[in-house]
Design a binder for this molecule. Structure first.
Ligand SMILES: [Zn+2]
Length: 289
């Protein structure tokens, strides 16, 4: 089952999260034939976005995106505060390197973290930083230190059919407790990839932190859910404008849109187009935006 657990280590002033994704990861990888190094990086990002999304304090979506890299030119993963996840990557052909950040993204890429709140749920937040580290976990650790001033440690694992992650983070406002933080961080770093992928949360946390006073919270469910729809395709065409849409239709016979995340295929013909634009007129101009 795909789930996330939060935990708290009171005596060390540290909070943590653990995630294992099985069905959601398989649904994501069913959508495209990712080469092994891309799959590895995407899997790390997928586990990471689940962990980070659980830190949002209001309803919204957290997005981790890497732009402009080479040969991995774009990677994006998203998770909502309700646990709906999706992700994808674009790459150039012939990737046959070890899946490190410098190998896949090169020197020019940027890491963009965005929190999109649901309407009426607070401010949109975005942070753009360079990729500093050999692994995605290191880059995200650097991001937390730079942008959030929060000591954080992430461990990410990608297996054949699942991905998993562990995060520990010093509680805000407890900077004086270096000992508690250092002890917890070092224990977290001892976790092995196969332990993350195969152990249940109780066993894993007991193995790592059995000398600590740890509180484990109830599981939160996660799953792959794209969120694309015919309505969004309609809205995109409305944004394009009637004239443009009709021209495209005339040139190509039909308008076809395939979702980059889930491969769902949307098709719009002349009758659909009439419907889309006549509905817009009835609803009035306000609905266009
Ligand atoms: Zn989709």
């Amino acid at each position: 089952m795909d789930k996330l657990h939060r935990f708290l280590i009171d005596d060390a002033n540290v909070r943590g999260e653990w995630v294992q994704l099985d069905k959601a990861w398989q649904a994501l990888t069913d959508c495209a034939d990712y080469p092994a190094p891309v799959r590895q990086m995407l899997g790390e990002a997928f586990a990471a976005v689940a962990l980070l999304s659980a830190t949002i304090k209001y309803k919204g979506t957290l997005v981790i995106q890497v732009n402009g890299g080479n040969p991995l030119s774009m990677l994006v993963v998203q998770a909502t505060s309700e646990g709906k996840m999706r992700g994808m990557a674009r790459w150039s052909d012939d990737i046959d390197v070890e899946a490190t950040v410098p190998n896949l993204f090169g020197k020019e890429a940027t890491l963009v973290i965005t929190v999109e709140p649901e309407e009426g749920q607070g401010e949109r937040y975005q942070s753009i930083v360079g990729l500093e580290g050999n692994t995605l976990a290191e880059c995200l650790t650097a991001y937390f230190e730079q942008s959030e001033q929060l000591k954080t440690r992430l461990e990410l694992a990608v297996g054949e059919t699942s991905v998993a992650g562990l995060m520990v983070q010093r509680l805000p406002g407890t900077a004086e407790d270096e000992d508690g933080w250092n002890r917890t961080r070092m224990l977290a770093e001892t976790v092995k990839t196969d332990e993350l992928l195969t152990l249940d949360v109780e066993t894993l946390l007991h193995r790592l932190f059995h000398e600590e006073n740890l509180r484990l919270y109830d599981a939160e469910a996660l799953g792959f859910e794209c969120g694309c729809s015919q309505k969004k395709v309609d809205d995109m065409l409305i944004g394009l404008g009637r004239k443009e849409a009709q021209e495209t239709l005339r040139e190509q016979g039909k308008i076809e849109v395939t979702c980059d995340f889930c491969n769902t295929h949307y098709q719009v013909d002349e009758i659909d187009l009439e419907r889309i634009f006549s509905e817009t007129v009835i609803e009035g101009n306000d609905s266009i935006h």
